[in-house]
Design a protein around this ligand. Structure first.
Ligand code: SAH
Ligand code: SF4
Ligand code: F3S
Length: 503
């Protein structure tokens, strides 16, 4: 059934799986490593790709795999048998970069050994993605033996750059940021063995310039991909048996594309995707609160297959800090948006990103974050300690003056509070019914399956005769702060859900 080549993410134990969840995997540097599967590599040079960072990077690695395969390279999941190793990197926080540097050191040792092995060509080592863009030439000096440095808009150039470094023996670099590139015509090779959930990138770059954030520097100006190419990719996925797409961008709700004289905004794009197939569920990530329109919020209620879940990063609970973060909304405006979302899309679940210990944050301001969390009662939160990023507005204008131990303590308080709230939110679900899309076996037992509700909660239930890709109605019987437990009641289609909701 599945015609799109397979893809696999290897989970690190204890971590949430990376795929198929809007926002839910949005803990950038901790995202699981993605590895390409073996694909007819015989007689070809084999490329091994390891992916760090956000869902956009996972999606980009799928583009890289496609570009290389089209140009005669084989792909491998086994780093030992690779001729070319590519690390698709993240620069969002200092520790994300450190992790990549450690990996680079491992591969450098192997590269030296491969270089001295009799006759064989040396291993080629490349850095792609956001660190490539941020560090450019410095990466070549500091990390000698890196052969390729390729920024996120230059992946079409990879085959040429690989040949160039072969020919010259010198490192090849392309970190040009484009105002147009969206890779719209490239069919990604999906690293998804379950064939159920896929990422579809709809825009690139970010123009928001939040003062703490490196993304506008690593990804360049915001640009939207043509709606028609997004819709045909979604249609191909539905034909191939996929049941869920997560449309991706740094700020999806500023999506805007003019085609045939008409302007398609994000709400309109989602509406069109929702008509691709009634059985294809749609999520999106990430949305900036500043342009979350009522049309968009209403769509969650109007279209059954637009999931009732939004990842809506607040970053902080104090208006003065939000101003210094350049988020362009106040605490009160954000709380009003949450109220509107809950009025227009009843039952919608919400998750968020929060930064602890931003420049100048006082104890009282930190407590405002805690009180905002109590007021909103998020279903889930991704929480980070502030990490200063060179060149950002905050690095240039503010002092990173909250001591490390205070940042840690504040982050600890935020995490503990969210765990309590997540548990309470999940307890409210006990006794309710949900329709879960089965993603695969539960981690604990092969006699149980796990799937996600419309509201993006993971639910575990007995396998019985159900299979990956089924929509299953479940009654919730118990929970932890991270997972729901349920009894399966029967297979469903989304059309049946719509009919029962209308009845
Ligand atoms: N475009 C998304 C965010 C992408 S980065 C949005 O605007 O919502 C994902 C998260 O990383 C951010 O939401 C923020 O919480 C966190 N982050 C970004 N820069 C950071 C920094 N310098 N230090 C700590 N966390 C940071
Ligand atoms: Fe960074 Fe802000 Fe853009 Fe998100 S919206 S990527 S936090 S600059
Ligand atoms: Fe990291 Fe770049 Fe994503 S900095 S979070 S991989 S856009």
């Amino acid at each position: 059934m599945q015609v799109i080549p397979d893809i696999e993410i290897l989970d690190d134990p204890g971590r949430a799986p990376a795929r198929g969840r809007a926002g839910a995997s949005w803990k950038p540097e901790e995202l699981d490593r993605a590895r390409t599967t073996s694909m007819e590599a015989e007689g070809h040079r084999r490329v091994y790709i390891e992916t760090y960072g956000c869902q956009m990077n996972v999606s980009d690695s799928e583009i890289v795999a496609s570009v290389l395969r089209e140009n005669g390279f084989g792909l491998t999941r086994n780093e030992e048998e690779a001729d070319v190793v590519l690390l698709n990197t993240c620069a969002i926080r200092e520790n994300a970069e450190q992790k990549v540097r450690r990996r680079l050191r491992d591969f450098r040792r192997r590269k030296r050994a491969s270089g001295s092995a009799a006759g064989g060509p040396a291993l080629r080592l490349g850095v792609l993605g956001c660190m490539a863009e941020r560090l450019r030439a410095r990466l070549l000096e500091e990390e000698q033996l890196v052969d390729l440095v390729v920024g996120p808009d230059a992946y079409r150039d990879l085959p040429r750059l690989l040949h160039e470094t072969d020919d010259t023996g010198q490192a090849a670099v392309n970190v040009h940021l484009s105002r147009e590139e969206t890779y719209a015509d490239i069919a990604p090779i999906r690293y998804d063995t379950n064939g159920v959930s896929a990422f579809v990138s709809i825009m690139r770059g970010c123009d928001n310039m939040c003062s703490f954030c490196v993304v506008p520097f690593t990804r360049g100006r915001e640009r939207s991909r043509p709606a028609s190419s997004i819709l045909s990719e979604c249609a191909r996925l539905a034909e191939a048996g996929y049941k869920e797409v997560t449309v991706l961008g740094q700020n999806v709700n500023s999506y805007r594309f003019e085609e045939e004289g008409a302007c398609v905004d994000f709400a309109e794009l989602l509406r069109r995707i929702s008509f691709v197939s009634p059985e294809l569920r749609i999520r999106y990530s990430t949305s900036h609160p500043k342009d979350c329109s009522d049309d968009l919020l209403r769509l969650h209620r109007e279209r059954r297959n637009v999931c009732n879940y939004i990842h809506l990063p607040v970053q902080h609970g104090n208006s003065e800090v939000l101003e210094r973060m350049r988020r362009t909304y106040s605490r009160e405006e954000y709380l009003a948006l949450v109220e509107r979302a809950r009025a227009l899309a009843p039952g919608i679940s919400l998750s968020t990103d929060i930064i602890a210990g931003f420049c100048g944050e006082t104890e009282a301001q930190h407590r405002d974050t805690l009180s905002l969390m109590e007021a909103v009662r998020y279903d889930y939160a991704y929480t980070f300690m502030y990490s200063e990023r060179p060149d950002t507005y905050a690095a240039r204008k503010y002092k990173d003056d909250v001591p490390e131990d205070v940042k840690k303590r504040r982050l600890g308080e935020i995490i503990a509070l969210q765990q309590r709230i997540s548990l309470e939110r999940n307890q409210e679900e006990v006794g309710r019914e949900h329709v879960a899309l089965v993603e695969g076996e539960s981690k604990r037992s092969d006699r149980q399956l796990c799937g996600r509700t419309d509201t993006n909660k993971m639910v575990v239930f007995d396998r019985e005769a159900y299979a990956t890709g089924d929509y299953v109605r479940v009654r919730i019987t118990g929970c932890t702060s991270a997972t729901l437990l349920g009894d399966p009641l029967g297979r469903e289609t989304l059309l049946e859900c719509a009919a029962s909701a209308a009845a």
